[in-house]
Design a protein around this ligand. Structure first.
Ligand SMILES: [Zn+2]
Length: 461
């Protein structure tokens, strides 16, 4: 009797084991099919080219951003998702009316500088402003010098990104205070303008923009970014000559209320349509940039996840919701509007996944969640290690999905090899030609595979 029971147990165990092996085989085959499909397909790269050539500089509220929404909606629509709609809202906005210009004057010579407005910068008078430059390498230095030295100067923040760091995002974080808060600090002591060295790992002529903030109650002064090459030239001239002056002309305006939208589309779940796997990226890009890596590539990767599921006839059990956010770069208004709209759905979001680290070689997924979720996702993503996705673990999700964390929704961000990211980021150099179709599609395949694995197996909380 005992022997028979044992045999039964053994048989059940064997059958169960076989079932697991079969399930794992199916998963392996599906992941292999996803990669083969992604790597041999050109739709997503062609879509990226369409977006970046027709709607470069798609900053929130701009005509280009409205065009981008329509282009992306049409691209999604072609895949015939179950739903596709715009989440409309209004937001403040800002725009550059004409490209800013600057020259350096030393001795009897004048040379033009490669500059670009920093986000939210105010205008100069029509004739521009001229001032002596004051070079500093930190915000603290401005505090130490005080009004006596700073007043009426154009403060030149020239601390370079720390290229000795292997993590470029760390190097970026180390330099971003000058861009974000330099003008406000200089204005506090009566400066007439601010020039900030571009946040780039490369030495070249592309100026990089990015967001900056003023302080309530302090006069807003024009705030511009200068290419790394010209930052070095300006610094050199300032050391070699007395009374070096800079002329700056900036022409911008703020818009109180612009109509804009997030784009949302879904493939409905076959078993649990109320449960959501969110995949997202942001549609907007800086006024001076085609925004191919940041974040055209992310948008196209996420749209391509839909194409891959459809072509391979993968019918998800849970709903896959694509959210293309507006306005990551300035106010994160799209992200806030989406989070506010989630309401009672929040418990139904299984996970949110963002791609906003460039269409570069993917290395893994950063996870911003509790330990059990991290361990569960790490385990789920194990089959992807063979495809070079080996760095999955605790990390960063993304700016657009960040507000969802307060609802307890796990945040996941595609991690890429970011060694070259800051050669492109927020500059005219962020072009489609600088995105490798193959690297971008490896990212698409990694995301599609992770979505598939989460959909099949769930996440253990
Ligand atoms: Zn971005």
């Amino acid at each position: 009797m005992i022997k028979r029971q044992l045999n039964t147990v053994l048989l059940v165990a064997l059958l169960f084991g076989a079932f697991i092996v079969k399930a794992q085989d199916t998963e392996k085959n599906t992941i292999s099919a996803i990669y083969q499909n992604a790597l041999t397909n050109y739709d997503s790269y062609n879509n990226l080219r369409e977006l970046c050539t027709k709607a470069p500089g798609r900053l929130v509220g701009s005509p280009a951003s409205e065009l981008a929404i329509q282009i992306l909606k049409a691209q999604v629509g072609k895949l015939q998702p179950d739903t596709c709609y715009l989440q409309n809202y209004t937001t403040p906005s800002w725009r550059v009316k004409s490209p800013c210009r600057a020259t350096v004057q030393y001795g009897s010579k004048t040379e033009s500088l490669n500059v670009v407005n920093l986000g939210l910068s105010v205008s100069t008078p029509l004739t521009g402003i001229t001032g002596e430059i004051l070079e500093v390498h930190s915000l603290n230095a401005v505090d130490s010098l005080g009004s006596k030295v700073v007043k009426d100067k154009i403060v030149f923040f020239n601390r370079a990104m720390d290229n000795s760091k292997t993590n470029t995002f760390e190097a970026y974080s180390g330099g971003v205070d000058q861009r974000a808060g330099g003008a406000a600090k200089a204005a506090q002591y009566g400066a007439s303008g601010a020039i900030v060295r571009s946040l780039s790992t490369e030495k070249y002529d592309f100026p990089h923009t990015g967001v900056s903030r003023y302080k309530e109650g302090i006069t807003k002064i024009p705030n511009i970014s200068i290419s790394t090459n010209d930052a070095e030239m300006l610094s050199r001239l300032n050391k070699q000559h007395a009374g070096v002056k800079v002329w700056v002309k900036s022409d911008t305006e703020t818009i109180d209320s612009a109509r804009t939208s997030n784009l949302i589309a879904e493939i409905k779940g076959s078993k649990h349509p109320e449960k959501i796997i969110l995949i997202g990226a942001h549609m907007d890009a800086w006024f001076n940039s085609p925004g191919a890596h940041d974040d055209g590539a992310g948008c196209e990767q996420m749209i391509d996840v839909f194409r891959i599921f459809k072509e391979l006839n993968i019918k998800p059990e849970n709903t896959i919701r694509l959210v293309l956010f507006m306005d990551e770069e300035m106010y994160q208004s799209g992200s806030k509007v989406y989070a506010a709209s989630v309401g009672k759905e929040k418990r139904e979001h299984i996970v949110s996944i963002e791609s906003d680290a460039g269409g570069l070689l993917p290395l893994g997924f950063g996870i911003d969640a509790g330990d059990s979720v991290i361990n569960s996702l790490k385990k789920l993503a194990e089959p992807l290690v063979d495809y070079g996705i080996y760095k999955t673990g605790k990390g960063y999700g993304g700016v657009d999905i960040a507000p969802l964390k307060s609802f307890g929704i796990p945040l996941v961000g595609l991690m890429t090899n970011s060694q070259r990211y800051f050669e492109y980021h927020h500059s005219a150099n962020d072009t489609v030609e600088n995105v490798s179709r193959r690297e971008m599609q490896l990212g698409t395949a990694a995301i599609a595979s992770l979505v598939y694995l989460i959909d099949k197996n769930g996440i253990k909380y």
